[in-house]
Design a protein around this ligand. Structure first.
Ligand code: FPP
Length: 243
């Protein structure tokens, strides 16, 4: 880890919820003449260092984009690797997460997802359900538009059944139908690798997020990268539509 002291930032300037697009694993591997999968493997340490650094600085919730509904378009070998890798990481890191007081939650669609991955996610959710230090939303087979479409479908069914009146649907009611209704709005949205896109990650929750795009490939990220982004965030003027 690089040596950088944790910046001193007032508690109200620390983002409660940080969403992270962990991009650049493939390029990191390519630069080293390694297979893309080696980049994903190297990305594991980055994620867990960021989680520790988040706890130290007082972040309450992290959403990590581990596999998107669009990632099924990758080569069958890479998809297979990413499925197995997600399953193994969740299993291997479960006790460590629990010991740190991390509550793990799965956010995403069951459709197509390997049942062994779902089983590991559910085991981790059950084990860590009462933890309060930090919530880690593992976004596996997650897509922002599919989350909104699924919510609209479920809501339409409730309207048809007479449980909800169509005229009375508010943002608050709609949000109850999202994958994780308790999820906070995103305060800080991070993406590594220099790409300037959100790639279908948490659109509903990020409408007032501050964006920081980091010019570093995901495997080279650590807690100091997070702290630097939070420092930048702490200087932003968040107005939420007010003058
Ligand atoms: C993007 O890199 C990464 C993903 C497709 C998500 C997978 C993320 C990890 C494996 C990191 C750690 C995750 C866990 C579960 C510990 P890319 O392949 O798009 O890179 P590229 O843009 O350079 O090709």
């Amino acid at each position: 880890m690089k040596s950088m002291k944790m910046p001193k930032i007032a508690a109200e300037k620390i983002p409660a919820h940080v969403a992270i697009v962990m991009d650049g694993n493939g390029r990191w591997a390519k630069e080293r003449g390694l297979p893309r999968t080696a980049g994903h493997e190297a990305g594991e340490a980055a994620l867990f260092d960021v989680i520790e650094g988040a706890i130290q600085i007082g972040v309450k919730e992290i959403s990590a984009y581990a596999f998107s509904t669009e990632n099924w378009r990758r080569s069958p070998d890479e998809v297979k690797f990413l499925m197995g890798f997600n399953r193994d990481v969740i299993r291997r890191r479960r006790d460590e997460m629990h010991a740190m007081g991390v509550r793990v939650r799965w956010v995403g669609r069951p459709k197509r997802l390997w049942s062994s991955v779902i089983n590991e996610l559910e085991e981790a959710e059950t084990l860590t359900a009462k933890n309060k230090v930090l919530t880690l939303n593992m976004c596996v087979n997650y897509g922002g538009r599919s989350e909104i479409v699924d919510a609209a479908t479920a809501l339409a069914k409730d309207v048809k059944r007479g449980k909800v009146s169509a005229e009375k649907v508010t943002e608050k009611i709609f949000a109850k139908y999202l994958d994780q209704p308790q999820m906070r709005d995103v305060d800080l949205f991070l993406r590594s690798s220099g790409e300037l896109r959100t790639s279908n990650f948490l659109p509903w929750q990020s409408v007032y997020a501050e964006f920081v795009f980091m010019d570093v490939l995901w495997p080279d990220v650590d807690r100091t990268t997070l702290w630097k982004a939070i420092e930048e965030y702490s200087h932003r003027d968040r107005r939420f539509g007010k003058a």
